[in-house]
Write a protein that binds this ligand. Structure first.
Ligand code: UDP
Length: 161
């Protein structure tokens, strides 16, 4: 409910972004963070973790019957993940655009997947695909107390008030 992916005002929408194990192995954590920061989004939660099968089964519940499901879980548990919550106006939709198409072959250059990956099974990064999905995923990956409310000094330069 309220508190995890609040959207009380238009600039407090939140989404879950995660650097997947291949992205961590390839030292792309900073690159991913840089792109969200420079766009003007606000980081409100961040942690590194070894994801459990249980967490991933909940995260990818809608993909349970897909042929690639077991290899997806193997990949996602193969090493640490860096999970983040980013906040800002339209951040769910904008994050999907920053990340690029699920299949890197279809991802535009300039997107994270389009710049750093070639195969759909090693696509570096996750971003929630809807506001409702973001709310569900954030509550799976983060405890409420791990999310920090803050307003940047440059808020007035990024948002027309
Ligand atoms: N995936 C895969 N093979 C496929 C489709 C998806 O390995 O044919 C993996 C890929 O890592 C993808 C994840 O499953 O990012 C989740 O798939 P989804 O369709 O939800 O794409 P996303 O929301 O991550 O772009």
């Amino acid at each position: 409910g309220q508190g995890h992916a609040r959207s009380l005002s238009s600039d407090t929408e939140r989404t879950l972004v995660a650097v997947k194990p291949d992205g961590v192995q390839r030292r792309l954590i900073g690159e991913v963070i840089k792109r969200f920061e420079q766009r003007g989004f606000r980081l409100v939660g961040l942690k590194m973790l070894q994801a459990s099968d249980k967490l991933l089964a909940q995260h990818y519940v809608s993909l349970q019957r897909k042929p690639f499901y077991s290899s997806l879980l193997y990949y996602m548990t193969s090493g640490p993940i860096v999970a983040m919550v980013w906040e800002g106006h339209n951040v769910v939709r904008s994050s999907r655009m920053l990340v690029g198409n699920t299949d890197p072959a279809e991802a535009a250059p300039g997107t994270i997947r389009g710049d750093f990956s070639v195969h759909i099974s090693r696509n570096v990064v996750h971003a929630s695909d809807s506001v409702e999905g973001a709310e569900r995923e954030i509550s799976l990956w983060f405890h409420r107390s791990e999310l920090i409310d803050w307003e940047g000094w440059d808020h007035k330069n990024i948002y027309h008030l």
